[in-house]
Design a protein around this ligand. Sequence first.
Ligand code: GLA
Length: 372
Amino acid sequence: MQKWVAPGRVNIIGEHTDYNQGFVLPIALPLVVECFAAVLDTGDVRVVSRQRPGDRVLAGVGALAAERDRVPAWSRYPLGVVSEFVRRGHRIAGVDIELDGAVPIGAGLSSSAALSCAVAVALRDLFAPTVTDRELIDIARAAENDYAGAPTGLLDQSASILCTAGHALFLDVRRFTHMAGGTTHEQIPFDLDRFGLELLVIDTGQAHELVDGGYAARRAQCDAAAAELGVPALRDIDTIDALERIVDPILRRRARHVVTENARVLTVAEKLRDGADPRSIGPILSAGHASLRDDFEVSTPALDAAAAAAVDAGAHGARMVGGGFGGSVIALVDREHAAAVADAVRNRFVRAGFADPRTFVVVPGPGAHRVD
Ligand code: GLA
């Protein structure tokens, strides 16, 4: 068997902007899902996972749609990818897949995109080498949306496929989705070490689930706000003054998050591009958290406590990452304060009666690739 890996991600800034055709700025995590794969000539897809030793999934390549409701939920990600390749007319003879994931599940770090993308790059190399990165991202996303039933945007899959080590990925989602050629994305150097800084991920341990409904509800509210304003997507609104026309105060707040968050992505990207001291992006990250908490209402008491405790202990900025309703916080800290910030968050969690958080340092890793 050959081996492929695909990373999880954290988004530096740009949350809930992807499905509004806006901007995102993720890095790939050094944590990956490993996919060992080989061609099977039997016309079957076989999938096992080291994380689910009891499940042995076997389905015919031609019967994947029918098998969907019978197979374990985790296996819908790899099977969905195979199914999507087939749906697009690629001939898949059969494939044997063994998975091993090191991206924490439910931590808001895109373990599912890492899983789908690891399988997607493997299938491309084995069966469909002409598939472009952009198609691969679409395939992984369709697998998650249509087969696994998780209504994601394309932030996570893009990060997992396109990110490069040492860089943040600036993606203009509208441009990326609609452009026929030319530059669709940009790698911006993200070297915190040079400035004596570290990026901490604080996993609250409260699992977040995209299939739960809160995420889909936010998407629907954004669509409704855009429709009320008569624009194709909230991306088309540049100023919060324009939002006065939205009658419902909840929809207006949701839209305000998206408009201000897009502006935050552009500002952060510009600062990093100009080589500014990354400490200067700290307050923007914290403002992003406040917006997700107050306007978009996808934070939780544990995420709020982690972000606040980190900043109180000297972090330059902190924010929840991913879809919300649980998951992780990132904090930008001076290297010498990293341990103190992690301790402060732990102490606050103990006092609040939350489970122990797990804190670790991340640096931008490479995107999905084959390991020779
Ligand atoms: C989840 C989704 C992404 C994105 C984020 C919020 O991670 O999968 O597409 O919408 O939430 O930024």
